[in-house]
Design a protein around this ligand. Structure first.
Ligand SMILES: Nc1nc2c(ncn2[C@@H]2O[C@H](COP(=O)(O)OP(=O)(O)OP(=O)(O)O)[C@@H](O)[C@H]2O)c(=O)[nH]1
Ligand SMILES: [Zn+2]
Length: 454
């Protein structure tokens, strides 16, 4: 479905007026203009709509207009920086949209009333009491037009970018399915920290994520000093991987509780949830290279980059004995990180590949054995490795006895039949089953079991 023929029948409060393009420092967006209620004019900046938002749900920001923050770069609030961060984040995703809601100025009370509220805050009131003192609601934003714009664009299911849980609730009440919420935190400033803290303590906005711990972990440092519970959890979970040192081989797989990574038609959207995805991105950030099998690239057209959290992208390695991944796969076309394409002796590969792609022709099929693949990567300095899919590849590395750790996330879902996750030749006696010390983490509704083999 393209922007042109996206579903339009549900749009009741808005009318699509025009579609054009908007080049920005984050890339060129499609821009769609809407006439809304009471003469309001809204716009949506849309990214990657050509696939009709069919894959992973688009990353969506419903941004409330703020003249002072968005246009003048005011430090009284975080709106301007959030707007910029949202466009940047969306432009790094496969698809997404930013809906710019006019009429939301001042959380719905209008620009001049917001300035009146500012004047009261200059005299010591906080952002909530200032509205109340003026006899105005604390937050009177109506998201109907935003929801209708999303539907008009063909977007019914989203990953939402906001630090305000009430926005998710409002959109869900209007029929938008929110499969995950990604907070949109920009650092506090001296000028806005009191305002942001008031929103956190009185309006249930997310607390400050303390990125410090993660930022240190992602560059190989174990944070010390006073840590809040969120940071402690990160250090507890990922610290051992940092401490493992130069050499580390881990695997990660998300499967249904009955052991499938996709339905029998290959539908894999989604087995595990947003939290597991974030965990996977953290693992990627902690290794030098990520290995996937050809089947995963063909089925998911994965990017294998670090997007949910900050961190460096790993080198991407595809095990593809018969060179069957599509030549337009993102790994071969998107130069954001190097790709090593491991093919077999008889594989037919294109004459020319992009500069970021290195074809490694292995001398025999035996050279695809896990230990030999790892040896070859090690010789190139890629010693910290994550094996991340699919079921066959992870199972082969598990069976090959080369894994230091396995993160196996199970989702509370019964698929019945489908594409298997971990499978290998078992043994007659249960005593032959693979066991190891295990830690468990709750990732949303999913459970991640971490097996430590070495
Ligand atoms: N009434 C009032 N409105 C404000 C004040 N500061 C910012 N705003 C408005 O608040 C709106 C943005 O809402 P926020 O609470 O900052 O954030 P949010 O949109 O709920 O949550 P995020 O999605 O995380 O940005 C904008 O329309 C601003 O104009 C203030 O002190 N008083
Ligand atoms: Zn603002």
């Amino acid at each position: 479905m393209s922007l042109e023929n996206a579903r339009r029948d549900a749009a009741v409060t808005v009318t699509r007026v025009v579609t054009t393009r908007l080049p920005t420092r984050h890339g060129t967006f499609d821009m769609v203009g809407y006439a809304g209620l009471a003469g309001a004019e809204h716009v949506a900046l849309v990214w990657g709509s050509h696939n009709g938002f069919t894959g992973e749900p688009p990353l969506v920001r419903v941004h409330s207009e703020c003249l002072t923050g968005d246009a003048f770069g005011s430090y009284r609030c975080d709106c301007g920086e959030q707007l910029d961060a949202a466009l940047g984040t969306i432009s790094r995703a496969t698809s997404g949209a930013l809906v710019y809601m006019r009429g939301h100025e001042g959380r719905g009370i209008g620009l001049l009333n917001k300035l009146r509220a500012y004047a009261l805050q200059d005299n010591g009131r906080d952002t909530v009491d200032a509205n109340t003192d003026l006899g105005l609601p604390i937050d009177s934003r109506d998201y109907r037009q935003g929801a209708d714009i999303l539907r008009d664009l063909g977007i019914e299911t989203v990953r939402l970018l906001t630090s305000n849980p009430a926005k998710q609730i409002a959109l869900e009440a209007l029929g938008i399915t929110v499969v995950g919420r990604q907070r949109l935190h920009v650092p506090d400033r001296a000028e806005n920290t009191a305002y942001l803290n008031a929103k956190r303590s009185r309006m249930e906005h997310d607390p400050v994520p303390d990125p410090q711990a993660w930022e240190q972990l992602s560059v190989g440092v174990i944070p010390d000093g006073e840590l809040d519970p969120l940071q402690m959890e990160l250090v507890d979970r990922y610290g051992p991987l940092v401490q493992a040192g130069e050499r580390l081989v881990i695997a990660q797989l998300g499967q249904s509780i009955d052991g499938f990574i996709a339905s029998r038609t290959g539908d894999a959207c989604f087995v595990t949830g947003e939290e597991d995805r974030e965990h996977l991105h953290r693992l990627r950030a902690l290794v030098d290279a990520v290995i996937v099998g050809a089947g995963t690239v063909t089925a998911d057209d994965c990017q294998l980059t670090v997007r949910s959290v900050s961190g460096a992208h790993p080198v991407r390695v595809v095990l593809d004995p018969h060179a069957r991944i599509p030549t337009d796969a993102k790994l071969l076309s998107d130069p954001v990180a190097p790709t090593l394409w491991f093919v077999g002796p008889d594989a037919v590969v294109p004459e020319r590949v992009a500069d970021h792609v290195d074809i490694h022709r292995l001398e025999s099929m035996e050279a695809f054995a896990p230990s030999r693949v790892l040896e070859r990567l090690g010789r190139q300095g890629l010693k910290r490795v994550l094996v991340e899919g699919g079921g066959v590849t992870v199972s082969t590395f598990l069976r090959g006895g080369v894994l230091d750790r396995l993160f196996l996330t199970t989702a509370p879902m019964l698929v019945g039949d489908g594409i298997p996750g971990i499978r290998f030749d078992g043994t007659d006696a249960l005593s032959g089953a693979i066991t190891a010390p295990v830690r468990r983490f709750l990732l949303g509704n999913d459970i991640c079991s971490e097996f430590t083999f070495a």
